[in-house]
Design a protein. Sequence first.
Length: 69
Amino acid sequence: MKKLTPCPFCGNEKLFILDEDDNSGAYENIPNYAVCCDFHRGGCGATSGYRRTEEEAIEAWNKRAGEQE
């Protein structure tokens, strides 16, 4: 698993990966993952947005505006 970079908004390094099952509509029983900056541990609450896999959520979190792919 790739290492998470600090939050781009507040610099917090206390992050977690939210694993949430969506049990409604067209996406029934498909896992959704998001990296979150832990608000309860000094962070700002920013998230990567939900992705289908943990790896995709980490990739989205680590990507910074203006970076080339």
